[in-house]
Design a protein. Structure first.
Length: 152
């Protein structure tokens, strides 16, 4: 499996998505769904591989399988909390029940996607996460700029 899905390279104004799943069908499903998106996507199979990508690259959205060979979505969420430009986390699971959804949201995740993946739901979740992440970044830059104006 390739580390990078075949997508258009991300540039400023486009989401960078990290997919963490040990399931080949997830990588295939996301590559099919995201093929027409203007974003950069990275796909890995383990927590450790995901953490390595997060240390190397700016990512705006992380889509993570609930359970991974070397950890869970909670391990990824904990790592995201250490990043200055914290990406939004979307958790995927075949067992995406109300309990998981409430747990993900209460602990700081963004959304839950049930599997098998539904094209419209995946696009909706990514679009929503991207819009919110972009607005947060824009607000953060405005606040920083306003703070710098008073320092001159």
């Amino acid at each position: 499996m390739k580390d990078y899905l075949r997508m258009q390279p991300g540039t400023t104004g486009e989401p960078a998505v990290l997919i963490i799943s040990s399931f080949e069908e997830d990588h295939i499903g996301f590559s099919r769904i995201l093929v027409d998106c203007h974003c950069e996507a990275h796909a890995v199979r383990t927590c450790q591989q995901g953490l390595a990508i997060l240390r190397e690259r700016a990512v705006s959205i992380v889509i993570c399988e609930r359970d991974l060979p070397d950890g869970t979505w909670k391990d990824i969420l904990q790592a995201l909390d250490t990043l200055s430009d914290r990406p939004y986390l979307i958790v995927t699971s075949r067992l995406a029940d109300d309990y998981l959804w409430v747990e993900v949201l209460n602990l700081g995740g963004y959304d839950v996607l049930a599997k098998p993946l539904d094209h419209k739901e995946v696009v909706r979740a990514i679009d929503s996460a991207w819009r919110n992440w972009s607005q947060r970044q824009h607000h953060r830059k405005r606040v920083m700029k306003a703070g710098n104006v008073g320092q001159h």
